[in-house]
Design a protein. Structure first.
Length: 247
């Protein structure tokens, strides 16, 4: 795992965008695995700026997103298709027909997951996967549990995740209780993983991910076994690691 230390969230976002731009330039037909939530927002802002400045071309890029809330459709402003359109796709020259998000409106979980598995296979797998981690160490919506799940699946969201995401909704009661998520196997099959971690509220999860046991109780810990992970983390996220003298 390669570390890139950043002073703050903005520097982290800019450096990740620069990394992704370089990857797109090297492979214009790249398949990007994309994430949602507050962590990648800054990165997407820098990507849009780079496109407006003419320094990156998304016309041949394909994207597959990690997850989507079950029950939310593309027009719901809390859904992840809406998020991606609002923060990135509406502002660059990517072909939206080549952007994929799990179908949150499909009530049949087995069907939704098998269809998304087929999409990932049909695009040839993921070249570069952008990841954040949850405060409980989840990646995608792979919550702490007893096993690592390989493929796309329906997840019962943990209480800590519901609380963390409640800030985006009117109340915690409005947060969907389930989501469709790529599995750990999907993530680990990516040729390269970019892990973005910012803030003191992620410091313990980051420490556990890097220095704890490889355990499904901290799903992100499986990344210790990936041969091409680049970690971008700011000073706050690294605070516990620094306190323990590991940097």
């Amino acid at each position: 795992m390669r570390f890139v230390y950043c002073k703050n969230y903005d520097e982290m976002s800019k450096k990740i965008a620069e990394d992704l731009i370089q990857e797109i330039r090297q492979n214009p037909e790249i398949v990007l695995g994309l994430a949602t939530g507050s962590t990648p927002e800054g990165t997407y802002e820098y990507l849009v700026k780079a496109y407006e400045e003419g320094t990156v071309d998304f016309s041949k890029v394909t994207s597959v997103n990690l997850d989507e809330y079950k029950g939310l459709g593309p027009d719901d402003d809390q859904g992840y298709r809406y998020f991606m359109n609002h923060h990135l796709f509406d502002h660059v020259n990517i072909d939206k027909a080549n952007t994929y998000v799990p179908n949150g409106l499909e009530e049949d979980s087995d069907k939704a997951c098998s269809e998304y598995e087929a999409i990932i296979e049909n695009v040839g797998g993921i070249d570069v996967q952008l990841l954040g981690i949850g405060g409980n160490g989840h990646i995608g919506f792979n919550e702490p549990g007893e096993i690592f799940i390989k493929g796309t699946h329906c997840v019962d969201l943990a209480e800590s995740t519901l609380k963390a995401n409640a800030r985006f909704f009117d109340s915690i009661d409005d947060v969907p209780k389930q989501a469709y998520s790529m599995g750990v196997g999907n993530i680990m099959s990516a040729k390269k993983v970019i892990l973005a971690v910012s803030g003191k509220n992620k410091a313990q999860a980051l420490y556990d991910t890097l220095y704890g046991d490889i355990t499904p109780k901290v799903q992100a810990s499986i990344l210790q076994l990936h041969n091409n992970v680049v970690l971008y983390a700011d000073e706050d996220a690294l605070s516990i690691i620094k306190e323990k003298g590991l940097l």
